[in-house]
Design a protein around this ligand. Structure first.
Ligand code: 5GP
Length: 187
């Protein structure tokens, strides 16, 4: 076993992050050393299905579990928020949509915009022609929310669709994120 003295700063960092549940992939090879005819396995391995959340560390499992009951018609937490059975901080509301602050914000501004009537829209991938109007309404509401929050010049709208995108609530929702420099590509 390696002695503590033999551990490098990066290996110590890797260990401490692994203990805290962070995804900390091994460094990729130097690009100039890659033989493009035979790329190393690490470059061929798909890095999909790695949905992690710093808060829970278990976003992927939660997303898979949620997907299993997505189309049962069971109410979601958002039905309770619409019915005001559980509290939320509402920032915008009209007859078709509700916008409220995410309970686990990923940016200084993180608001969810949802249709009040789910009408089969558990996720964007289930959209039918009849949903075109409400989809447009949701997008316009996202812009109104960005204006209200003072981030209209720099914000991001995200829709996670399905377990591979770590969707955890099966009632269509737009995430409106801003208030800090957002990175690209997203995780
Ligand atoms: P998804 O992962 O499905 O794209 O996003 C669902 C979002 O709903 C998450 O960002 C999560 O933090 C948020 N969320 C889950 N439960 C509640 C809640 O009870 N209240 C609020 N305000 N947000 C919630």
């Amino acid at each position: 076993m390696a002695s503590t003295a033999a551990l490098t700063t990066s290996s110590l960092l890797r260990r401490s992050r692994a203990l805290r549940g962070h995804v900390f992939p091994k460094p990729l090879p130097n690009p100039s050393s890659i033989n493009l005819a035979r790329p190393p396995p690490a470059l061929l391995r798909p890095r999909r299905f790695m949905c992690r959340n710093a808060a829970s560390g278990n976003e992927e499992a939660a997303a898979k579990a949620a997907a299993k009951i997505a189309d049962t018609g069971a109410p979601t937490i958002f039905d309770k928020i619409i019915a005001k059975e559980i509290p939320s901080t509402i920032v915008y509301e009209d007859d078709k949509v509700l916008a409220f602050r995410d309970v686990n914000p990923q940016a200084p501004v993180h608001i969810l915009v949802i249709p009040k009537m789910r009408d089969g829209l558990t996720q964007l991938g289930k959209a039918k022609p009849r949903h075109a109007e409400v989809l447009g309404h949701l997008l316009f509401a996202a812009k109104l929310v960005a204006e209200k929050e003072g981030i209209v010049d720099g914000f991001r709208v995200v829709i996670n669709n399905g377990p591979e995108a770590c969707q955890s609530v099966y009632h269509l929702h737009l995430h409106v994120l801003g208030g800090r420099q957002l990175k690209w590509p997203p995780g």
